[in-house]
Design a binder for this molecule. Structure first.
Ligand SMILES: [Zn+2]
Ligand SMILES: [Zn+2]
Length: 352
């Protein structure tokens, strides 16, 4: 019990390096009168254990309802890494929808083949699926892309690009093959704010405009793309850690040892800003959402089928085929549908 209490204290604490806000130390009670365990600084409100969990659940439910992320008859594939975000996501979706006969869940984990990291997180993913009774599929880089990440990176520099491209590719493929109508991913508020800033810093506005946010973004669907939904998009990372600890959700906090590049810099920068100006992350994501209709209106490459593997791509050859040349083609499962904005799919497939 003592170890769980200290885990809660650890989870409620600001990230390493951030100065502890003064009001966090003051034992202000929750509005219900019980002792508080967490202070949501941008709201200026303290929460007890049960009010915190209820408010997080209500926020996720509101995001799902407001943006119609889950609809009648949906089969939702959940990208499950075994970390706190995706584990909490599966737990929450199961909590909300397990009793609905018309909605089904399937968890999909990607095994990149990162020695000493992925095996730990996969064990937690398996344990959670067993606990909830959710169908679980595991797809691997070795099988789907021809090499493990460890193996591929012997001759490559930008690990996160290789990993991210490969993971997105396999998740989409597996979700489509599992006949899923949506693919839910555990991106939290911190991830979203970081991605927005990174796209700006790289001058990649077009990509930012396509940045998968919510299923309402119909442009993502079709062409073999399973629309991605992000129900945790407005929940800070720290709150998800705390929620997972409080609910006893099995998750692994192992960190990938390949992480480097722009993201950790942007992450630290945002922590620092958030600490001085609570609410910064929300402001970044909300500003981006206001800009999005304008970004969408800019001309961009229409989607087509990759000439090598048949998966959806904005280029002649998709990023996964470019970075993972040893990959097996599995194009038979790609529906040869015509996209809204181009007729290139059929043409591509005929000339192959
Ligand atoms: Zn309370
Ligand atoms: Zn391809």
């Amino acid at each position: 019990m003592a170890s769980k209490r200290s885990a809660i204290r650890r989870a409620a604490r600001p990230p390493a390096g951030a100065a502890v806000p003064r009001n966090q130390d003051a034992p202000s009670p929750c509005a219900c009168g019980k002792p508080a365990i967490y202070v949501r600084r941008h709201e200026g409100r303290a929460y007890c254990r049960s009010c915190f969990c209820e408010s997080l659940e209500a926020k996720v439910r509101k995001t799902i309802l407001k943006h119609r992320l889950v609809e009648k008859g949906d089969r939702i594939a959940v990208g499950l890494s075994g970390g706190k975000d995706s584990s909490s996501l599966l737990f929450l979706l199961h909590r909300f929808f397990a009793k609905r006969p018309d909605i089904s869940l399937v968890a999909i984990s990607v095994d990149e083949g990162i020695a000493g990291y992925r095996s730990q997180t996969l064990e937690k993913a398996k344990a959670l699926c067993r606990q909830l009774g959710v169908e679980h599929q595991i797809v691997s880089f070795r099988q789907g892309l021809g090499k493990t990440l460890d193996h591929r990176l012997r001759d490559a520099k930008d690990s996160c690009t290789y990993c991210g491209v490969g993971r997105r590719y396999l998740l989409n493929q597996a979700a489509r093959e599992a006949k899923a109508s949506k693919l839910a991913v555990g991106h939290n508020l911190d991830d979203e704010a970081q991605s927005v800033l990174m796209n700006f810093f790289r001058g990649d506005l077009l990509r930012a405009g396509r940045m998968g946010t919510l299923a309402a973004d119909a442009a993502q669907g079709g062409q073999g793309f399973v629309p991605r939904i992000k129900p945790l998009r407005f929940i800070p990372e720290r709150e998800l850690t705390l929620y997972a600890v409080l609910k006893g959700i099995p998750y692994s906090d192992a960190e990938c040892h390949y992480i480097r590049g722009l993201r950790p810099l942007v992450r630290d920068f945002l922590y620092d800003l958030e600490n001085r100006y609570p609410g910064t992350r929300y402001a970044v994501v909300e500003s981006f959402d206001k800009l999005k209709p304008a970004l969408r209106a800019l001309p961009r490459q229409p989607l087509r089928a990759c000439s090598r593997c048949g998966e959806p791509s904005s280029q002649e050859v998709c990023k996964a085929c470019e970075l993972w040349p040893g990959k097996r083609a599995r194009n038979r499962t790609v529906p040869a549908r015509r996209s809204r904005d181009s007729g290139q799919v059929k043409k591509q497939q005929r000339t192959r």
